[in-house]
Design a protein around this ligand. Structure first.
Ligand SMILES: Nc1ncnc2c1ncn2[C@@H]1O[C@H](COP(=O)(O)OP(=O)(O)OP(=O)(O)O)[C@@H](O)[C@H]1O
Length: 205
Protein backbone atom coordinates (compact mmCIF):
# COMPACT_ATOMS: atom_id res chain seq x y z
CA UNK A 1 0.00 0.00 0.00
CA UNK A 2 1.34 3.42 -0.90
CA UNK A 3 0.05 7.00 -0.67
CA UNK A 4 1.84 9.63 -2.72
CA UNK A 5 1.17 13.32 -2.08
CA UNK A 6 2.54 15.80 -4.60
CA UNK A 7 2.52 19.52 -3.90
CA UNK A 8 -0.57 19.19 -1.71
CA UNK A 9 -2.04 22.37 -0.25
CA UNK A 10 -5.17 23.24 1.70
CA UNK A 11 -6.75 26.67 2.00
CA UNK A 12 -9.72 27.61 4.19
CA UNK A 13 -11.23 30.87 3.00
CA UNK A 14 -8.13 33.02 2.46
CA UNK A 15 -5.79 31.15 4.80
CA UNK A 16 -3.39 28.49 3.60
CA UNK A 17 -3.15 25.81 6.29
CA UNK A 18 -0.25 24.11 4.54
CA UNK A 19 1.31 24.13 1.07
CA UNK A 20 3.77 22.13 -1.01
CA UNK A 21 3.45 18.90 0.97
CA UNK A 22 5.34 16.11 -0.81
CA UNK A 23 5.18 12.67 0.79
CA UNK A 24 5.60 9.03 -0.12
CA UNK A 25 3.96 6.92 2.59
CA UNK A 26 4.50 3.18 2.32
CA UNK A 27 3.06 0.24 4.24
CA UNK A 28 5.12 -1.61 6.81
CA UNK A 29 6.01 1.47 8.80
CA UNK A 30 4.42 4.44 10.56
CA UNK A 31 4.45 8.20 10.04
CA UNK A 32 3.60 10.83 12.64
CA UNK A 33 2.58 14.43 12.01
CA UNK A 34 3.33 16.78 14.88
CA UNK A 35 2.82 20.51 15.41
CA UNK A 36 1.12 22.97 17.75
CA UNK A 37 -2.66 23.25 18.16
CA UNK A 38 -4.25 24.54 15.00
CA UNK A 39 -1.19 23.86 12.84
CA UNK A 40 -3.04 21.49 10.49
CA UNK A 41 -2.35 17.91 11.65
CA UNK A 42 -6.01 16.84 11.58
CA UNK A 43 -6.61 18.60 8.28
CA UNK A 44 -3.64 16.85 6.68
CA UNK A 45 -4.74 13.43 8.01
CA UNK A 46 -8.26 14.05 6.66
CA UNK A 47 -6.80 14.89 3.27
CA UNK A 48 -4.56 11.81 3.26
CA UNK A 49 -7.62 9.73 4.20
CA UNK A 50 -9.48 11.10 1.19
CA UNK A 51 -12.14 12.69 3.40
CA UNK A 52 -11.31 16.26 2.42
CA UNK A 53 -10.37 17.61 -1.02
CA UNK A 54 -7.01 19.32 -1.43
CA UNK A 55 -7.07 22.90 -2.71
CA UNK A 56 -4.03 22.15 -4.87
CA UNK A 57 -1.77 19.21 -5.67
CA UNK A 58 -2.29 15.52 -6.32
CA UNK A 59 -2.94 12.56 -4.08
CA UNK A 60 -2.67 8.95 -5.25
CA UNK A 61 -3.29 5.58 -3.60
CA UNK A 62 -1.76 2.43 -5.05
CA UNK A 63 -1.29 -1.19 -4.09
CA UNK A 64 1.38 -3.34 -5.75
CA UNK A 65 1.72 -0.60 -8.36
CA UNK A 66 -2.00 -0.74 -9.21
CA UNK A 67 -3.73 2.60 -8.86
CA UNK A 68 -6.76 2.66 -6.53
CA UNK A 69 -9.55 4.98 -7.68
CA UNK A 70 -10.55 7.77 -5.24
CA UNK A 71 -14.06 6.30 -5.00
CA UNK A 72 -12.56 3.19 -3.38
CA UNK A 73 -10.13 4.89 -1.00
CA UNK A 74 -12.61 4.74 1.89
CA UNK A 75 -12.41 0.93 1.79
CA UNK A 76 -8.67 1.12 2.46
CA UNK A 77 -8.81 3.38 5.51
CA UNK A 78 -9.82 3.09 9.17
CA UNK A 79 -9.73 6.25 11.27
CA UNK A 80 -9.93 6.98 14.97
CA UNK A 81 -10.22 10.70 15.70
CA UNK A 82 -11.79 12.97 18.32
CA UNK A 83 -14.24 14.42 15.79
CA UNK A 84 -15.62 10.98 14.81
CA UNK A 85 -18.40 10.00 17.18
CA UNK A 86 -19.61 6.54 18.12
CA UNK A 87 -23.31 5.70 17.86
CA UNK A 88 -24.13 6.22 21.52
CA UNK A 89 -27.53 4.51 21.51
CA UNK A 90 -26.03 1.13 20.58
CA UNK A 91 -24.56 -1.40 22.99
CA UNK A 92 -20.96 -2.39 22.36
CA UNK A 93 -22.03 -5.67 20.74
CA UNK A 94 -24.54 -3.84 18.53
CA UNK A 95 -21.95 -1.24 17.54
CA UNK A 96 -19.39 -3.90 16.54
CA UNK A 97 -22.04 -5.83 14.60
CA UNK A 98 -23.15 -2.66 12.80
CA UNK A 99 -19.56 -1.63 12.06
CA UNK A 100 -18.67 -4.94 10.42
CA UNK A 101 -21.56 -4.63 7.95
CA UNK A 102 -19.59 -1.92 6.14
CA UNK A 103 -16.03 -2.54 7.37
CA UNK A 104 -15.16 -6.17 8.15
CA UNK A 105 -12.86 -7.06 11.00
CA UNK A 106 -9.61 -8.96 10.47
CA UNK A 107 -9.90 -12.70 9.93
CA UNK A 108 -10.76 -14.62 13.09
CA UNK A 109 -11.64 -11.44 15.00
CA UNK A 110 -14.96 -12.50 16.49
CA UNK A 111 -16.96 -10.20 18.78
CA UNK A 112 -15.66 -12.25 21.74
CA UNK A 113 -12.04 -11.73 20.74
CA UNK A 114 -12.52 -8.03 19.98
CA UNK A 115 -14.28 -7.24 23.26
CA UNK A 116 -11.54 -9.15 25.09
CA UNK A 117 -8.82 -7.22 23.25
CA UNK A 118 -10.67 -4.00 24.16
CA UNK A 119 -10.69 -5.09 27.85
CA UNK A 120 -14.46 -4.54 27.66
CA UNK A 121 -15.94 -8.04 27.90
CA UNK A 122 -17.91 -6.92 30.96
CA UNK A 123 -19.50 -4.04 29.00
CA UNK A 124 -20.68 -5.87 25.87
CA UNK A 125 -24.35 -5.20 26.58
CA UNK A 126 -23.97 -1.69 27.92
CA UNK A 127 -24.95 1.26 25.72
CA UNK A 128 -21.98 3.34 24.56
CA UNK A 129 -23.51 6.48 26.11
CA UNK A 130 -22.85 4.93 29.54
CA UNK A 131 -19.16 4.27 28.79
CA UNK A 132 -16.47 6.44 30.38
CA UNK A 133 -14.45 8.66 28.03
CA UNK A 134 -11.50 6.26 28.26
CA UNK A 135 -13.70 3.25 27.42
CA UNK A 136 -15.09 5.14 24.38
CA UNK A 137 -11.58 5.97 23.25
CA UNK A 138 -10.55 2.30 23.46
CA UNK A 139 -13.59 1.40 21.32
CA UNK A 140 -12.70 4.04 18.71
CA UNK A 141 -9.12 2.80 18.56
CA UNK A 142 -10.24 -0.83 18.46
CA UNK A 143 -12.48 -0.20 15.44
CA UNK A 144 -9.40 1.17 13.67
CA UNK A 145 -6.93 -1.45 14.90
CA UNK A 146 -9.08 -4.53 14.33
CA UNK A 147 -10.72 -3.67 10.99
CA UNK A 148 -9.34 -5.21 7.82
CA UNK A 149 -7.81 -1.98 6.48
CA UNK A 150 -4.43 -1.48 4.86
CA UNK A 151 -4.30 2.11 6.22
CA UNK A 152 -4.85 2.98 9.89
CA UNK A 153 -5.11 6.67 10.81
CA UNK A 154 -5.06 7.75 14.45
CA UNK A 155 -5.57 11.38 15.43
CA UNK A 156 -4.67 12.13 19.08
CA UNK A 157 -4.87 8.39 19.83
CA UNK A 158 -4.43 8.43 23.59
CA UNK A 159 -6.71 11.32 24.52
CA UNK A 160 -8.70 10.26 27.60
CA UNK A 161 -6.55 7.16 28.19
CA UNK A 162 -4.94 6.53 31.57
CA UNK A 163 -1.56 4.82 32.12
CA UNK A 164 -3.05 1.35 31.58
CA UNK A 165 -4.76 2.66 28.42
CA UNK A 166 -1.47 4.08 27.13
CA UNK A 167 0.22 0.68 27.63
CA UNK A 168 -2.74 -0.98 25.89
CA UNK A 169 -2.42 1.42 22.94
CA UNK A 170 1.31 0.73 22.58
CA UNK A 171 0.64 -3.02 22.65
CA UNK A 172 -2.05 -2.79 19.93
CA UNK A 173 0.27 -0.74 17.70
CA UNK A 174 2.95 -3.42 18.05
CA UNK A 175 0.43 -6.02 16.93
CA UNK A 176 -0.56 -4.24 13.71
CA UNK A 177 0.19 -6.31 10.66
CA UNK A 178 3.51 -5.59 8.90
CA UNK A 179 1.64 -4.81 5.68
CA UNK A 180 -0.42 -2.01 7.25
CA UNK A 181 0.39 1.68 6.96
CA UNK A 182 -0.02 3.66 10.18
CA UNK A 183 -0.47 7.46 10.21
CA UNK A 184 -0.63 9.40 13.48
CA UNK A 185 -1.41 13.00 14.39
CA UNK A 186 0.01 13.83 17.78
CA UNK A 187 1.48 16.25 20.25
CA UNK A 188 2.46 13.67 22.83
CA UNK A 189 5.81 11.87 22.36
CA UNK A 190 4.54 8.76 24.17
CA UNK A 191 2.01 8.27 21.36
CA UNK A 192 4.68 7.99 18.69
CA UNK A 193 8.00 7.14 20.42
CA UNK A 194 8.15 3.94 18.33
CA UNK A 195 7.64 5.81 15.05
CA UNK A 196 10.66 6.21 12.75
CA UNK A 197 9.17 8.97 10.54
CA UNK A 198 8.11 12.16 12.29
CA UNK A 199 7.14 15.28 10.31
CA UNK A 200 6.52 18.72 11.80
CA UNK A 201 3.64 20.24 9.82
CA UNK A 202 5.06 23.72 10.51
CA UNK A 203 7.61 23.05 7.73
CA UNK A 204 4.73 23.33 5.23
CA UNK A 205 3.50 26.79 6.31
N1 LIG B 1 -13.79 23.61 8.26
C1 LIG B 1 -12.91 24.58 8.53
N2 LIG B 1 -13.12 25.84 8.11
C2 LIG B 1 -12.22 26.82 8.35
N3 LIG B 1 -11.06 26.64 9.02
C3 LIG B 1 -10.81 25.38 9.47
C4 LIG B 1 -11.71 24.31 9.26
N4 LIG B 1 -11.16 23.19 9.81
C5 LIG B 1 -9.98 23.57 10.34
N5 LIG B 1 -9.77 24.89 10.14
C6 LIG B 1 -8.56 25.64 10.55
O1 LIG B 1 -7.42 24.96 10.06
C7 LIG B 1 -6.34 25.08 10.97
C8 LIG B 1 -5.79 23.70 11.27
O2 LIG B 1 -6.72 22.95 12.06
P1 LIG B 1 -6.46 21.45 12.47
O3 LIG B 1 -7.63 20.98 13.24
O4 LIG B 1 -6.05 20.69 11.27
O5 LIG B 1 -5.18 21.61 13.42
P2 LIG B 1 -4.49 20.56 14.40
O6 LIG B 1 -3.01 20.73 14.20
O7 LIG B 1 -5.06 19.20 14.19
O8 LIG B 1 -4.91 21.13 15.81
P3 LIG B 1 -5.12 20.42 17.26
O9 LIG B 1 -3.75 20.03 17.74
O10 LIG B 1 -5.69 21.55 18.08
O11 LIG B 1 -6.06 19.28 17.07
C9 LIG B 1 -6.89 25.84 12.19
O12 LIG B 1 -6.53 27.19 12.07
C10 LIG B 1 -8.39 25.69 12.05
O13 LIG B 1 -9.07 26.80 12.60
Amino acid sequence: MKIVAEQIGKKYRKEWIFRRVNLILTAGTSYTFIGPNGSGKSTLLQLLAGNLPATEGQLAYSRNDTVIEPDNWFQQVSIAAPYLELVEELTLDELLTFHQTFKPFKTNFTLEIITERLLLTHARHKEIKYFSSGMKQRVKLGLAFFSESPIVILDEPTSNLDRQGMNWYQEQVRQLSPDQLLLIGSNQPEEYNFCPNVFDVMQWK
